[in-house]
Ligand binder design. Structure first.
Ligand code: GDP
Ligand code: MG
Length: 187
């Protein structure tokens, strides 16, 4: 995976703000305990303590991703469900549930329904089934995840933050989807 984490903000602060066309905001939603903070930390490449975390004023993580010869900064926003999305204007949403927690799947269903129907967003929504390492405690099937994603026009990915499974893939696919919604294929 061709991903580079920025160890500090030095380069971007000396060069001024990143160009708006390469700066994307991704809001991470979902019930408490599903692994939102863990996923954000792992996507930022944070393997030990939070000494390498790059945070902005809101303690959100900035990740620099080099993909297809282009550098993008992705801001991962750990977001309480009741925050006003209108003000945030994110480029994409991650809706996370835990496969070991049936209630968190129902919360994810409500959140995705809200994003599509109440908020009416046409942005990328990624449904993320986390904790797939907990096979024996699994309470939500892959098929149920896929069905929910199909119902609300979401992408779907199974992850394990603790095993770092599909964590880089998630970051790369979200970025690809954001870029794809900016410019039609072929341009
Ligand atoms: P948040 O409330 O959604 O931010 O969830 P956290 O990231 O704080 O994680 C809640 C708990 O679940 C913590 O104890 C994490 O270590 C654990 N956790 C997070 N991701 C995974 C995972 O993929 N697998 C397992 N087994 N535990 C996880
Ligand atoms: Mg958290």
């Amino acid at each position: 995976v061709d991903r580079v984490r920025t160890p500090s903000l030095d380069s971007s602060s000396s060069a001024g703000l990143p160009s708006p066309s390469s700066y994307f905001r991704v809001v991470v939603l979902g019930a408490t305990g599903v692994g939102k903070s863990s996923l954000i930390g792992e996507m930022a490449g944070d393997t030990q303590s939070d000494t390498n975390d790059v945070t902005d004023d809101n303690d959100n993580v900035l990740v620099s991703v080099h993909l297809d010869d282009e550098e993008s900064t992705v801001e991962l926003i750990d977001c309480p469900v009741d925050t006003s999305m209108d003000a945030l204007r994110p480029d994409a949403f991650l809706v996370v549930y835990s496969v070991s927690d049936r209630k968190s799947y129902l919360t994810a269903a409500e959140v995705t329904r809200h994003l599509r129907y109440d908020l009416g967003t046409d942005r990328t929504v990624y449904l993320v089934a986390n904790k797939t390492d907990l096979r024996r405690q699994q309470r939500v099937t892959t098929k149920e995840g896929e069905q929910l994603a199909a119902k609300f026009d979401c992408r779907f990915l199974e992850t394990s933050a603790v095993l770092r499974m599909n964590v880089d893939t998630l970051l790369v696919r979200v970025l690809e989807n954001i870029r794809g919604q900016l410019s039609p294929p072929g341009e």
